[in-house]
Design a protein around this ligand. Structure first.
Ligand code: FAD
Length: 577
């Protein structure tokens, strides 16, 4: 049998799985793998980022968008440690990722060598598959198994590869081409569908809470809602599964959700949960309701909320079966009342968005994004108040995609997400939205977008502070501390990287900047100086937050330095007598 280098066999296995990209940074302990990738650069694009965290965050976003495995690579030691954040993002948002980590050569293994970190131990918690390659002959098989496991378990597979191993000659076993992994869905029990259909038919105020597990079933969800006249509420990361302007849509639920969604939830007599693991149970019905839950994972049934009927299976298949078995409803008062409530909510939001003041209201910026957004634009959103403004004010269509670090909630995810989005879908418009806090965590990688000619529009809401944390401190009854950020001109930064940059300080300049960005053929940053006092109010204030905020107000009066410099009245009175 002929022989090939283990590194070539590794790359052949990636090709076998239709992997066409790797995000990462080369370096000594992974050089032999990178060299093999260089030889295949026509088929597998190596996207050289500026920080390994961006590599894994981009790989995770790629996977969220395409359903295909995202791949990242790094040296061992510091590079591997940098990768952890994006790896946890993939783990917590349940998407497949392959990570190739370099390691010191086997000849010096376990000698406390330069940059030697025990990677299998480091990655033990984050990985669903975590192997150290000890023999070159096993490398292609283990790459194969790693990818299969990542798909099957929807998580991160890691291979730690000592740098001398890929150079070794191994048997050239040609493997059959792998298809992209497709999970076999559990068969849905017809009796549970019949029982669920009966409960839906009997309900007066039924409501849907749809989550990320419904993303592939957008049309079916809409059809089901129109058939049964059930209002639809979503979890935040499911934004875009139903057009925001659909008459049956009530937005998302939670602290930054809509008021109509919360209120409808509390009036419901039946809750149909589809493909979600919704964590904020305070916002779910606080009274006795019938609950039907559809989830592909049996362990999720009843996980957050007691389920009367659990339908284990794929959301699209279950909804299709329910359309066939439930009664068609021509008119439902509960839906009509919710629609009126929602119309009032939108009216209120539209008034907000019409603000023409300077300092600029973030809501007004959302209106500008909306104006230039294309029908199938991909939105990559950071964590912070940018999450609130975007989920609340942007009206997405179900042809749009919405990317966010939903469970890990890591700041700095918008730019890596935008890089992945443009690389995966070069012909779609990509708009990233971040605060100055989140963007400045990863801003070095704007140059990656420029280098790989990935036109995108990055809107930085620049308020020179960590405003989400400001409100967190206040609602916890704490005084604000360590939230200020320096005034950076991100537009000038963009230009210095070879992109375009617009700094907008006055409302009158907004339109011009967005219009120029829309036409740009390269990455653009629109650095909008926004009002730091713009508070994104929750759709529903829970008691703990209200109490916390009151405590903050009292403490600001009593403990704020300005006030402590004012002598108390008693002291002043003494001077007069
Ligand atoms: P997941 O937890 O990923 O659950 C998806 C479910 O779908 C899983 O149970 C899975 O088994 C199932 N599934 C997968 N495929 C299928 C299939 N084919 N068929 C059927 N089932 C399937 N979220 C909110 O909702 N409201 C908020 O106010 C909110 N605020 C946030 C604020 C910030 C700053 C951040 C960063 C995040 C916030 N989130 C909010 C997100 C929140 O943390 C959770 O990540 C989110 O609620 C989970 O959404 P999910 O349940 O749809 O997704």
């Amino acid at each position: 049998m002929s022989k090939i280098k283990a590194s070539t066999a590794l790359v052949n296995t990636l090709k076998n799985w239709d992997i066409n990209h790797v995000y990462g940074i080369p370096g000594d302990s992974i050089d032999t793998v990178v060299d093999a990738l260089r030889a295949e650069q026509e088929t597998i694009q190596f996207i050289h980022v500026r920080h390994e965290e961006v590599a894994t965050l981009a790989a995770s976003s790629y996977s969220k968008l395409t359903g295909k495995i995202g791949v990242a690579l790094s040296i061992g030691g510091p590079g591997a440690i940098h990768m952890l954040n994006g790896m946890y993002d993939a783990k917590m948002d349940s998407v497949p990722m392959l990570v190739l980590g370099g390691q010191v050569p086997t000849s010096v293994a376990n000698t406390k060598y330069f940059q030697e970190v025990d990677l299998p131990t480091l990655f033990a918690d984050v990985a669903v598959y975590n192997k150290l390659i000890e023999d070159a002959e096993t490398l292609p098989d283990l790459v194969d198994e790693a990818i299969r496991t990542a798909y099957e378990k929807k998580g991160v597979a890691v291979l730690t590869i000592p740098n001398n191993i890929p150079l070794m000659e191994i048997k050239n076993t040609v493997k059959p081409k792998q298809k992209v992994f497709h999970q076999t869905n559990p068969e849905i029990a017809t009796e549970t569908i019949a029982r669920a259909a009966q409960l839906i038919n009997d309900a007066k105020n039924p409501i849907i809470l749809a989550g990320v597990g419904t993303k592939h079933a957008k049309e079916t969800l809409i059809q089901f809602s129109e058939h049964t006249k059930m209002p639809v509420i979503i979890s935040l990361p499911a934004k875009g599964i139903m057009p925001d302007v659909h008459p049956n849509f009530l937005g998302n639920l939670g602290k930054i959700g809509t008021k109509p969604a919360y209120e409808a939830m509390q009036e419901a007599d039946l809750l149909l949960m589809i493909g979600n693991d919704y964590p904020y149970t305070d916002y779910l019905p606080q009274h006795d309701v019938t609950c039907i839950q559809i989830d592909i994972d049996a362990a999720k049934i009843g996980h957050r909320f007691p389920a009367t009927v659990g339908i284990i299976g794929d959301a699209k298949e279950a909804l299709t079966a329910l359309i066939e078995t439930t009664d068609y409803i021509a008119k439902r008062e509960f839906l009509e009342a919710s629609q009126e409530n929602m119309a009032n909510w939108w009216k209120w939001l539209r008034e907000d968005q019409a603000k023409t003041s300077t300092p600029i209201a973030p809501e007004a910026v959302m209106a500008n994004i909306q104006k230039i957004a294309e029908k199938d634009a991909i939105f990559s959103i950071d964590v912070g108040t940018s999450t609130v403004w975007s989920t609340r004010y942007l009206q997405l269509d179900h042809h749009n995609d919405f990317l966010i670090s939903a469970w890990l909630g890591t700041m700095g995810c918008a730019l890596p997400g935008a890089i992945a989005a443009k690389q995966a879908f070069p012909n779609r418009q990509v708009i990233a939205l971040a605060g100055d806090g989140g963007f400045s965590m990863v801003m070095q990688d704007f140059v990656t977008a420029v280098h790989y000619k990935l036109p995108m529009i990055i809107v930085v809401l620049n308020n020179k502070e960590l405003s989400f944390i400001k409100y967190e401190q206040q609602s916890a009854g704490e005084l604000n501390y360590a939230i200020d950020l320096p005034d950076i001109n991100y537009a000038e930064f963009a230009k210095s990287c070879g992109g375009l940059g617009f700094r907008v300080e006055d409302f009158s300049e907004l339109d011009i900047a967005f219009e120029a960005a829309r036409k740009a053929d390269r990455p653009v940053i629109i650095d909008v100086v926004v009002d730091k006092n713009a508070a994104p109010l929750p759709g529903k204030i829970v008691m703990d937050e209200a109490l916390g905020y009151t405590k903050f107000e009292i403490r600001s009066v009593l403990e704020d330095h300005r006030f402590s410099k004012m002598p108390p009245l008693k002291t002043i009175i003494r001077r007069f007598f």
